[in-house]
Design a protein around this ligand. Structure first.
Ligand code: IFM
Length: 445
């Protein structure tokens, strides 16, 4: 069986470097009848939004099978598990906790603790309660305060069980994909909407950080941002400028406010009506000290000068080689990203909170020989190892994902798991990549 090979002296071969796997609530939990409706339930009900017309009602039945899933984590030998808390599962519409939902997470956390696995909980991984969306969702500033209330309630209820909290997972996806180009829930479009949603989510992050410091002082707190590094297609000044604007619009729009309390210069390129409404004090609230920065990395994109009036850049198709979801495999960008963030910002310790690949897995003779995924992991872990050698402070790495799950607009067609899930029978099966990950983890010194 293929293995993941790293140099003998790699920092990743040291036991002090934390390894884990990641999931999120809507993608795995199922048990939709015991929680409020979320914006993703509503989105899935609309025709043509999800590639295989599926939904998250059942998913991986994780609520019913969480003990079995924690067994799998233990068998993999991970140090930590990153999951998300479903706001619509733990809160009721009247603003009070839902005891049944809270009990599920307490049971999960206690089970993880029994196996010595650290819990990394994300407080928002895209499943906004639908009743809040009915009031404007992230376009409504009040949602940031509703989020703060939810954070205070759940952090208090879970007590000292959580090792690290992330306020948000990938605000770019919620704001841009959900409110600007409409390919994710709630499916709204328009630049003003996208920028407004981003601002309110960032505001909620800042409020959430303040609340976590008060209600969960024992834990580490941070945020998880996704980065798609931007490269110019040529060295021409126009292409380089376009690529810079793309980076500011897609990546730094979230990073710079969180780290430095300001939006990147590209905001000045937007007409005033497209800019978010920033109230006095907002940027200071957003810029809270972080215990860690979560970095999600999958791929890069290339850019050239805009073709049309009003555009800032022109984005190109992914180049080969690609994963099953069509994203370029370019591990050099992972190294470039980490070293450039390190050079530019005064960073807290980083966790790589997601990295992985959808591959065209084939179940043959009861096995999935996903050598392509093993190659992906090896190349990216190597890039990470080199970035650490170059001085970047990275404390841990989470593979996305523990198991195949509901891949948003792609439904169940894209499989990112180390563990295969048969969605008919809910049987779980270690892929060869899971054995390779397990072997890498067990050989640490
Ligand atoms: O499945 C998603 C996850 O929910 C957020 N980050 C990217 C993954 C792969 O698309």
């Amino acid at each position: 069986m293929k293995t993941i090979n790293l140099p003998e002296d790699s920092a990743l071969r040291n036991r002090s470097f934390l390894f884990g796997t990641a999931t999120s609530s809507f993608q795995i939990e199922g048990a939709a009848d015991s929680r409020l409706q979320s914006i993703w339930d509503t989105f899935c009900e609309q025709e043509g939004k999800i590639a295989d017309s599926s939904n998250g009602l059942t998913a991986c039945e994780h609520v019913a099978r969480f003990k079995e899933d924690v067994d799998l984590l233990e068998e993999l030998g991970v140090d930590a598990y990153r999951f998300s808390i479903s706001w619509p599962r733990v809160m009721q519409q009247n603003g009070e906790l839902n005891p049944q939902g809270v009990k599920f997470y307490i049971d999960l956390l206690d089970e993880l603790a029994r196996r010595g696995i650290k819990a990394f909980a994300t407080l928002y991984h895209w499943d906004l309660p639908q009743y809040l969306e009915d009031n404007g969702g992230w376009l409504n500033r009040d949602t940031a305060y509703a989020y703060q209330h939810y954070v205070a309630c759940i952090a208090g209820a879970l007590g000292p069980r959580v090792h690290a909290y992330a306020t948000f997972n990938e605000p770019f996806c919620s704001a841009y994909l959900g409110y600007e180009i409409g390919v994710h829930a709630p499916g709204k479009t328009g630049r003003k909407q996208g920028r407004t949603a981003a601002h309110h989510i960032l505001l909620a992050h800042g409020l959430g950080m303040q609340t976590l410091r008060e209600h969960a002082p024992h834990a580490q707190h941070g945020i998880v941002l996704n980065f798609t590094p931007c490269y110019p297609v040529s060295e021409s000044p126009a292409d380089r400028l376009a690529s810079l604007y793309a980076d500011e619009y897609i990546n730094q729009w979230y990073m710079q406010p969180v780290m430095e309390g300001k939006y990147p210069h590209v905001i000045e390129k937007l007409v005033p009506e497209e800019r978010p409404d920033i109230h006095p004090g907002d940027m200071e609230t957003i810029c809270q000290p972080l215990d860690f920065l979560g970095v999600n990395f999958y791929t890069r994109l290339t850019y050239s000068a805009p073709q049309e009036e009003g555009e800032l850049f022109s984005e190109h198709e992914h180049l080969p080689p690609k994963t099953a979801i069509g994203w370029e495999i370019y591990p050099q960008a992972f190294y470039d990203l980490l070293t450039s963030l390190h050079a530019r910002y005064n960073l807290p310790p980083i966790y790589i909170t997601e990295n992985g690949a959808a591959m065209p897995d084939k179940l043959e003779n009861g096995e999935i020989a996903d050598n392509d995924r093993i190659d992906y992991y090896e190349a990216h872990l190597l890039a990470l190892s080199k970035a650490i050698d170059a001085g970047v402070n990275v404390s841990g790495y989470f593979a996305w994902s523990l198991m195949d799950n509901f891949e948003w607009a792609e439904g169940y067609e894209m499989r990112f798991g180390l563990i295969y899930v048969d969605f008919e029978t809910q049987e779980r099966l270690f892929k060869h990549s899971a054995y390779a990950y397990k072997s890498l983890l067990s050989q640490r010194k």
